[in-house]
Write a protein of this length. Structure first.
Length: 142
């Protein structure tokens, strides 16, 4: 189920590709893109006060069960990139879309998404729908 409302939150972060993220050719290793998405995801979750600390306090864990990335162009040492995270679905799980682009030229480098599911931390059972706390944090009536 998709909730493509323009009212859903989005966040942008900027990262300069550091030396420790690149290979001998000066290209960012593909695995680091997951880290860049995580930085943007945390900024997004902060927008509606439901980052990992608040999740834990609410009694729910939200593990990532799917990560998909498509690479168009490599990020390189010293390059400034913009990572945009956009909440797309929330009723059954959190689906967050990502767009990674060069911060100066806006050239798309990568895009993808993650899916996170709610797990009751007390029972360790996955829920088949978002808990009420998520709707409350998003300001959406259930």
């Amino acid at each position: 189920m998709s909730n493509l409302s323009p009212d859903l939150p989005a966040a942008e972060v900027f990262v300069e590709i550091p030396f420790h993220d690149v290979d001998l050719m000066g290209v960012a290793w593909h695995g680091h893109y997951a880290k860049y998405c995580e930085i943007a995801r945390c900024a997004l979750l902060d927008k509606f006060s439901y980052n990992y600390k608040e999740m834990k306090e609410s009694g729910y864990a939200w593990p990532v069960i799917e990560l998909k990335l498509r690479y168009a162009h490599p990020a390189r040492l010293g390059q400034k990139i913009r990572i945009k995270a956009m909440l797309r679905e929330y009723e059954l799980h959190l689906k967050i879309d990502y767009l990674i682009a060069d911060a100066e030229t806006d050239e798309r480098l990568s895009k993808g998404h993650t899916i996170q599911v709610p797990v009751d931390m007390r029972t360790q059972k996955m829920l088949f729908g978002a808990p009420p706390i998520l709707y409350e944090k998003l300001g959406i009536g259930t």
